[in-house]
Design a protein around this ligand. Structure first.
Ligand SMILES: [Zn+2]
Length: 324
């Protein structure tokens, strides 16, 4: 959907609710009590009612909006802004666009949307030739470490470690101006350390290893890949040659860093995964163009987020924790 079309299709709360209700019915509602798939719409209650046992399900239940009190149009507007352009928007900017008084509910809404993007992409398993490397993203200094001298370089407490995996295949007879490889799907996962066991476990979740070829540098972190993968191409890479051997992971890392640094004033390490979810979701659907809004709406209707409600303390500071 084009940036200017939003008001045409979704002028008010009612049009958003109707669209969401129709979408949910199309996706199919299953009664959690009896398994029945036939439901009536109770307009007065804004609930679906099971035709068999009478159990009622709210319009938001089981979706990204589960438990939210924000208007549907806020969610629609946020999804629209996230998908209408290649850019991204900070929660602060969305709050300003929506003219909403409080920041926290908007912040939470944005993270829930990023979270369902991650859930959706988590279902995709990479196959074929996979570039794999680790990246270091600068994050905010943890509160307890403020004022202390931090370690420098990759081991710094401010550097979050991210495993990057990209399906990339050779281009046949590439022209001189073309990249030697073409990219398909991409994954980025925040990992706690660079141990070989940590990386191997994370790779196994996202890649069909037995039928894939891993392409990596000669780091010790990849020592188990030759057992795990059908084939492991490991090579010592000079920094100047990284674009030839692992072109797509490095383009993606650079783009993700630019996007995040250009939009947000510091990212906390605990939320970095959500921003990466958004980056990868849009990267993986870069050819969807105007269909991207409808696709995200489908994902939003199908998935209850893992992003758990904030826990306030008396100063209204909050924490959000992620279920495993
Ligand atoms: Zn039922």
């Amino acid at each position: 959907m084009k940036l200017l079309d939003f008001n045409k299709y979704f002028p008010d709360e009612e049009t958003c609710k109707t669209k969401f209700r129709e979408l949910r019915l199309r996706q199919g509602i299953v009664c959690p009590k009896c398994g029945c798939t036939h439901h009536y719409w109770k307009a007065s209650k804004e609930q679906f009612q099971c035709a068999d046992c009478g159990h009622r399900i709210g319009l938001r239940a089981g979706t990204v909006m589960h438990g939210s009190k924000l208007p549907f149009r806020y969610w629609f507007m946020a999804m629209h802004l996230l998908t209408a352009t290649k850019q991204t928007f900070s929660s602060c900017e969305i709050q300003r666009q929506l003219d909403h008084k409080r920041y926290q509910p908007i912040w939470e809404m944005m993270h829930k949307l990023r979270s369902v993007m991650g859930i959706r992409d988590g279902r995709y398993v990479l196959n074929g030739s996979i570039e794999i490397d680790e990246a270091f993203f600068t994050t905010e200094t943890p509160k307890e470490k403020k004022g202390r001298i931090l370690k420098a370089g990759a081991g710094s407490e401010r550097k979050a470690k991210v495993l990057v995996m990209a399906e990339s295949r050779d281009v046949e007879n590439p022209k001189p101006y073309m990249k030697p490889k073409k990219v398909e799907f991409m994954k980025m996962r925040v990992i706690p350390d660079l141990k070989s066991s940590t990386i191997s476990a994370s790779v196994k979740v996202g890649v069909n290893c037995e039928k894939s070829v891993a392409v990596t540098d000669a780091s010790k972190s990849h020592s188990k890949f030759s057992e795990m993968f059908d084939k492991h191409i490991s090579q010592v890479v000079e920094p100047k040659d990284i674009g030839k051997v692992l072109p797509w992971v490095h383009i993606a890392i650079a783009n993700a860093k630019t996007t995040i640094a250009g939009t947000y004033h510091g990212v906390k390490a605990e939320y970095l995964q959500e921003y990466l979810n958004e980056f990868c979701y849009k990267f993986n659907r870069r050819y969807f163009k105007e269909n991207l809004f409808d696709r995200l709406l489908m994902v939003a209707a199908e998935n209850r987020t893992r992003f758990i409600h904030r826990i306030y303390n008396k100063n209204l500071h909050f924490n959000a924790i992620k279920a495993a």
